[in-house]
Design a protein around this ligand. Structure first.
Ligand code: SF4
Ligand code: SF4
Length: 135
């Protein structure tokens, strides 16, 4: 069995089609959706863990790409330059697991790596580009 952790980006014309469900059915791939942001008529993103026969996994990923889904390897770690942070809260707003928080008493930004699912959404959200990723 092979395993992959991927970020899938769906263009608006694909976002409402059940492409992941069809991939699961047709290629017998166990799919764990760790995070999803899907809105009608907009670009959608999904962080998934796929597990299955190596050949079928490859074919399943190729199937998604053929349908116009952008497929990227998920990150393995994130780094935050806390000294440059202005505590704007943009990253906390997109961090669904609550790994990034701005809380009393000092209202400084904290990152709890044990909660982080490495979706990478905070990286795009930060206006100062002070969150970086490792692949
Ligand atoms: S990558 Fe960023 S947004 Fe995603 S869970 Fe980790 S801290 Fe939160
Ligand atoms: S988005 Fe960037 S500047 Fe704003 S709180 Fe998060 S890390 Fe700090």
């Amino acid at each position: 069995m092979a395993k992959k952790r991927l970020v899938l980006t769906f263009p608006p014309e694909v976002v409402e089609r059940p492409v992941v469900a069809l991939m699961v059915r047709d290629f017998d791939i166990i799919t764990n959706i760790l995070r999803a942001e899907i809105h009608e008529g907009e670009i959608g993103r999904m962080l998934v863990e796929l597990e299955g026969n190596a050949r079928k996994l490859k074919e399943g990923v190729a199937y998604l790409k053929d349908l116009g889904v952008q497929v990227e390897e998920a990150i393995t770690d994130i780094e935050l330059d806390e000294a440059l942070c202005i505590e704007c809260g943009a990253c906390t707003a997109v961090c669904q697991p609550g790994a990034l928080k701005i809380e009393p008493p000092d209202w400084g930004l904290t990152l709890d790596k044990d909660r982080c699912i490495l979706c990478g959404f905070c990286v795009d959200a930060c206006p100062l580009d002070i969150i970086s990723v490792k692949f």
